[in-house]
Design a protein around this ligand. Structure first.
Ligand code: NAP
Length: 266
C-alpha cells in the first residue's frame, strides 16, 4: 500500500500501482468467499485451542491462525522525511530504483541491505551517495569490497540526514557531520532509507518462537512453533522480502493450514 508503481510483480508487463494491486488481490479473494475485516487485531491467545483473537473488545474463536503481519521499515523519524514518502523518499530500492534513471540519489545505512541497495541503484542512477553515521560499515567484507570498487558510489562518512529538502518532491538532503556538527546540502532527487526493518511480532512474543533477530520462526514451510498457527510473508522472511515471494509464501501457508485442518478433522 505504501509503494507507488510496482514493476516486479509478474503478470503486469506495464507495471501496476501498489494500491491497485492490493485492490485486485482483495477482489480476487472476495470472489472466492473471503470475508475481509479491515481492523487492527489487538491481542491473541494461542495457549489453548480453539485460539482466541481480539479486535478491541470483540473476541473471535478460531481453529487456526495465519500470521501475515509483515515488517515495518525503520525510518529516520524526520517530519520532512514523512512528508516526502513516495515523492522521492523510499524504503525499497528494488521497487523504486528504476524511477531514478540518470539521476543523483542518496541512501542512508551501513549494513548489508544498504550496500546491496546502493549497488543495485547504480544500475539506474548516475550517482549514489551513501550516508553513514560512522566511518566503519556494518556490512560484510565481501559486500564492502563490491561497493567500494563501484565508481558510481560516493561516501559521506560520519554523517546523519538532518533534513530532507524539497516542498513537493525531494530536491536534496541536509547532512550533519556527527563529529563537528557542520552541515552540508547534497542535491538529489531520491532518498533511500536502508537502516533495517522491524518485524511486526510484538503481539506474539512469549507465544510463538522467534529468531534471534525478532522474526517469526517457521518450520517445514509455514508452520510456527505452535501447532495450528502458520506464518507467511515478511514477518518470517528476512532474506527475500518481495511482494511476489510474500504472495507465494501466503499460498504455502493457506495450503499448510487447509491440510492441517483436514488432517485434524476440524
Ligand atoms: P543492519 O545490519 O541492522 O544495518 C542497519 C544499518 O543502518 C547499520 O549500518 C546502522 O548503523 C544503520 N542505522 C540504523 N539505525 C539508523 C539511524 N536511525 N540512522 C542512521 N543509520 C542507522 O540491517 P540490514 O542491513 O537491513 O541487515 C539486516 C540483516 O540482513 C543483517 O544480518 C544482514 O547481514 C542481512 N542481509 C544480508 C544480505 C546479503 O547477505 N546479501 C543482504 C541484506 C541483508 P550502525 O552500523 O552505526 O549501527
Amino acid at each position: 500500500m505504501l509503494t507507488t508503481e510496482v514493476e516486479n510483480f509478474p503478470g503486469f508487463p506495464e507495471g501496476i500501482m501498489g494500491p491497485d494491486l492490493m485492490q485486485n488481490f482483495r477482489k480476487q479473494a472476495e470472489r472466492f468467499g473471503t470475508r475481509i475485516e479491515t481492523r487492527d487485531v489487538t491481542k491473541v491467545d494461542l495457549s489453548s485451542h480453539p485460539f482466541r483473537v481480539w479486535v478491541d473488545d470483540q473476541e473471535y474463536e478460531t481453529k487456526s491462525v495465519i500470521v501475515a503481519t509483515g515488517a515495518t521499515a525503520k525510518m529516520l523519524g524526520l517530519p520532512s522525511e514523512q512528508a516526502l514518502i513516495g515523492k522521492g523518499v523510499s524504503t525499497c530500492a528494488t521497487c523504486d530504483g528504476a524511477f531514478f534513471r540518470e539521476q543523483e540519489i542518496c541512501l542512508v545505512g551501513g549494513g548489508d541491505s544498504a550496500l546491496e541497495e546502493a549497488i543495485f541503484l547504480t544500475r539506474f542512477a548516475s550517482k549514489v551517495t551513501l550516508i553513514h553515521r560512522r566511518d566503519e560499515l556494518r556490512a560484510s567484507k565481501v559486500m564492502q569490497d563490491k561497493a567500494k570498487s563501484n565508481p558510481k558510489i560516493h561516501w559521506q562518512w560520519n554523517s546523519v540526514v538532518d533534513e530532507v529538502l524539497g516542498e513537493t518532491v525531494v530536491e536534496g538532503v541536509r547532512v550533519k557531520d556527527v563529529k563537528n556538527g557542520e552541515t552540508t546540502n547534497i542535491p538529489c532527487t531520491g532518498l533511500f532509507i536502508a537502516i533495517g526493518h522491524t518485524p511486526n511480532t510484538k503481539m506474539f512474543e512469549g507465544q510463538l518462537e522467534l529468531e534471534d533477530n525478532g522474526y517469526l520462526k517457521t518450520y517445514e514451510g509455514s508452520k510456527t512453533s505452535k501447532e495450528g498457527v502458520f506464518a507467511c510473508g515478511d514477518v518470517q522472511d528476512f532474506t527475500y522480502r518481495q511482494a511476489i515471494t510474500a504472495a507465494g509464501s501466503g499460498c504455502m501457508a493457506a495450503l499448510d493450514c487447509e491440510r492441517w485442518l483436514e488432517h485434524k478433522g476440524l
